[in-house]
Design a protein. Structure first.
Length: 295
């Protein structure tokens, strides 16, 4: 395996404890090849719980940029990517890992601040990437405390979650952006997440654009890490809520805002775009109606 320089892109918002946990786990990676360097670029979107100050205190080499709370996760990831390419900002590697110039990175690593990487996560991602060549995106699957896969690659129009293999990588069509390794050669073709999207659809769109450009997308063997959060809020699937509330939630920015969902469907699912555009909202209304009737 060749030596690499990883530019780690992270975002945070009022998650001080989990952000620090994610950084500690990143710092504790084992088995990396000789000469590996690692620089972290964190963009905090208006935290009021002291997240930026705590990161600067405990990990002073991490580049921290604070922006307003109106900046979406997707836009913050774009800013972190820009910072990784600029070579400025006074940040750099985590303690214990040699640094290098930001503009010299060979891979970007998208890392969600809610994920604690296992000790061998990075070396597994890098080995998978090395075996596939420089033209592949490698996704790290993430499990919850119960051992269930909750984030990974996705397949098909329905975005079915891909279970990681035990020994071999699994092919997929796109990905959740929790742990994603993007080689420089892929970045030069695909670029950053599209600013049209604010949250998870930016991840899915990025993966679809990569596949359209002929880039292989692989889920690395095993799980890369574990979510440090509790179970996700049920959102529009919460039992007992009415149709109006369920539709309000499903069309919110956290789920499927219609304008962005239409842009995604139009770009990646034609000629099925009109059907796929309305189907999640129709399913949500039907589920809420049936739930009320059964209740």
């Amino acid at each position: 395996m060749h030596s690499v320089h990883l530019a780690v892109l992270m975002t945070s918002h009022d998650h001080r404890a989990r952000t620090l946990s994610a950084l500690r786990a990143l710092e504790g990676q084992l088995g990396l090849p000789a000469g590996t360097t690692l620089g972290v670029h964190l963009v905090d979107t208006g935290s009021t719980d002291g997240t930026p100050e705590a990161v600067r205190l405990r990990h002073p080499a991490v580049e921290v940029m604070s922006v307003g709370p109106d900046v979406s996760r997707n836009q913050a990831l774009r800013i972190a990517s820009r910072n990784s390419r600029s070579g400025g900002g006074g940040g750099g590697p985590l303690s214990g890992v040699p640094g290098g110039p930001s503009h010299a990175w060979t891979h970007q690593l998208w890392l969600d601040d809610g994920v604690e990487l296992f000790r061998d996560a990075l070396v597994t991602l890098l080995r998978t990437s090395d075996a596939a060549g420089s033209g592949a995106v490698v996704v790290g699957a993430v499990r919850n405390a119960y051992g269930d896969t909750v984030y990974s690659g996705r397949r098909g129009r329905s975005l079915t979650l891909v279970e990681p293999g035990t020994h071999r990588p699994e092919h997929c069509d796109t990905y959740d952006g929790r742990v994603v390794l993007v080689p420089r050669a892929v970045y030069d073709v695909v670029g950053d997440p599209d600013k049209v999207f604010r949250h998870r659809m930016g991840d899915y769109d990025h993966g679809r654009r990569a596949r359209r450009a002929g880039v292989a997308v692989l889920v690395a063997p095993g799980h890369a890490g574990e979510c440090v959060d509790g179970p996700a809020a049920p959102g529009s699937r919460e039992p007992g809520i009415g149709v109006r509330e369920a539709l309000r939630r499903v069309t919110s920015v956290r789920e499927l805002p219609p304008r962005q969902w239409w842009a995604y469907c139009l770009r990646h699912t034609w000629p099925w775009a009109p059907y796929l555009m309305v189907s999640p909202y129709a399913r949500t209304a039907a589920r809420a109606t049936l739930g009320r009737l059964r209740g």
